[in-house]
Write a protein that binds this ligand. Structure first.
Ligand SMILES: [Zn+2]
Length: 443
């Protein structure tokens, strides 16, 4: 999560909720209490789009055969294995591709121009936040995002673990989730802050210190069901509110050692060169934000195989919430600097993740980050690859999702047009399939 330096209260925007509920052949427009979905029947479905983007290459004239929850076959339509049991589904004008993998979401947050982060953490009841998150999960899935890496509940404890379970059990529709739970921060570094020192104010993440302290908290979070450990390697806690490193290198190394022992990665929020350096050398798998990355840091990331999630859409959104008239006024210094560092990261060959810090801006608008990646110099092909195969590799889930390949889960979307040449095609999603079940549109 990225909190704007000068968050302003803005009038509440109306939340428009498209109530769509999962099911292989039904779409129920009702609320509350969507019906439990059942496992898809074992029926072969041949999806016949104009082309298939497999996570690396767009193949004109390909088709995909889905059996149960998995991809059975993908290849040229002319050699598709047809039999009496195969139901053919034409998808004219579309590119069929892996469902998008959002690399940095906060389903327990909603847009900061509706309610500032501080007030979400301190004033919104947990049940209210979860109720919103259920809606966010559905909006995310309907936008074609079939997996999210949700990087911290921001004061909502393990609500993400519970939401993930409800989705996995088919109680509510939503993407597959990789969850971070409360996330970890060094004592005194995080937020909300600025209160009288005699008050103990609940924080947006769990505090931990020292080698024993971080060991205990990491293990405790793992025991509560997280999929990855999220740490804040720096934050705005300098003497004048500037961003400074938090955890020591030894603490980060220990957190990574503990998490890795359990088979889990560690990801780091880090913007300063020193915070990034400690996290990279400590062994984290991804760096989030990285606003002040230097050539040395980018080289270090390449050498260590660390993936970079630039989260371009978050400062773009918060700057506008703070009054920047985008397209009319010049870019704020922060945005100009980020544009510079992002270009340097790309030039250095750092592996770029698709992850926008969605939650700062509305859920379901995930494509905003991909559009910015392209506007800032990535090719559309590289961007859609990032949103599928690259993220699957970086998040260690490539054995399940992220490509169109026999044996992987049938998390597939059809979009009108060719997203490998026009990224805005990702806003024209005409089919969402998760685990072989069509969740959008209604049949
Ligand atoms: Zn975030």
């Amino acid at each position: 999560m990225w909190i704007p330096t000068a968050a302003r209260e803005v009038a509440l925007a109306t939340l428009i909720v498209a109530l769509m509920v999962t099911g292989r052949s039904t779409l129920v427009a009702q609320s509350p209490a969507p019906p439990r979905t059942t496992a898809p029947p074992v029926t072969d479905v041949l999806l016949v789009p104009d082309a298939v983007f497999d996570g690396g290459v767009r193949h004109q004239g390909w088709a995909v055969l889905v059996r149960g929850e998995r991809i059975e076959w993908a290849g040229p339509l002319s050699s598709a294995p047809m039999s009496a049991g195969v139901r053919r589904t034409p998808l004219p004008g579309t590119t069929l591709m892996p469902g998008l993998i959002e690399g940095h979401s906060h389903l327990l947050l909603h847009a900061y121009n509706e309610t500032p982060w501080n007030d979400q953490v301190l004033r919104e009841p947990l049940a209210y936040r979860v109720a919103r998150a259920v809606v966010h999960a559905r909006q995310t899935l309907m936008a074609g995002v079939t997996t999210v890496r949700d990087l911290g509940s921001e004061g909502a404890g393990y609500a993400d673990v519970g939401l993930k379970r409800a989705i996995d059990e088919g109680i509510v529709p939503g993407p597959r989730m990789l969850v971070a739970g409360p996330a970890m921060v060094a004592t005194g570094s995080y937020a909300p802050k600025g209160f009288a020192p005699e008050w103990h104010v609940p924080q947006g993440a769990e505090e931990a210190d020292g080698l024993d302290g971080v060991t205990r908290v990491a293990r405790d979070q793992i025991g509560h069901g997280i999929d990855l450990v999220k740490i804040y390697a720096d934050y705005r806690w300098g003497p004048n509110g500037e961003t400074r490193p938090t955890f020591t290198r030894d603490e980060i190394t220990r957190i990574v050692e503990v998490a890795r022992s359990s088979g889990r990665p560690v990801v780091a929020h880090a913007s300063t060169p020193e915070g990034m350096r400690r996290a990279i050398l400590g062994g984290v798998s991804t760096i989030e934000h990285g606003d002040e990355g230097t050539p040395e840091i980018w080289q270090l990331m390449v050498a260590r195989g660390v993936t970079y999630c630039p989260t371009l859409a978050a400062p773009d959104a918060t700057s506008q919430y703070a009054g920047w008239k985008k397209g009319v006024e010049p870019e704020p210094a922060r945005i100009a600097k980020k544009r510079e560092t992002f270009a340097a990261a790309m030039a250095a060959g750092v592996r770029i993740c698709f992850g926008g810090d969605v939650g700062v801006y509305p859920h379901g608008d995930n494509v905003r980050e991909l559009e910015l990646l392209v506007q800032w110099g990535m090719t559309p092909l590289a961007a859609v690859t990032s949103a599928t195969a690259v993220n699957a590799d970086a998040f260690q889930i490539a054995d399940r999702v992220g490509r169109v390949r026999a044996g992987l889960l049938a998390d597939l979307i059809a979009v009108q047009g060719d997203p490998t040449s026009d990224i805005t095609a990702l806003r024209r999603v005409s089919l969402v399939m998760k685990g072989g079940a069509v969740v959008s549109p209604a049949r």
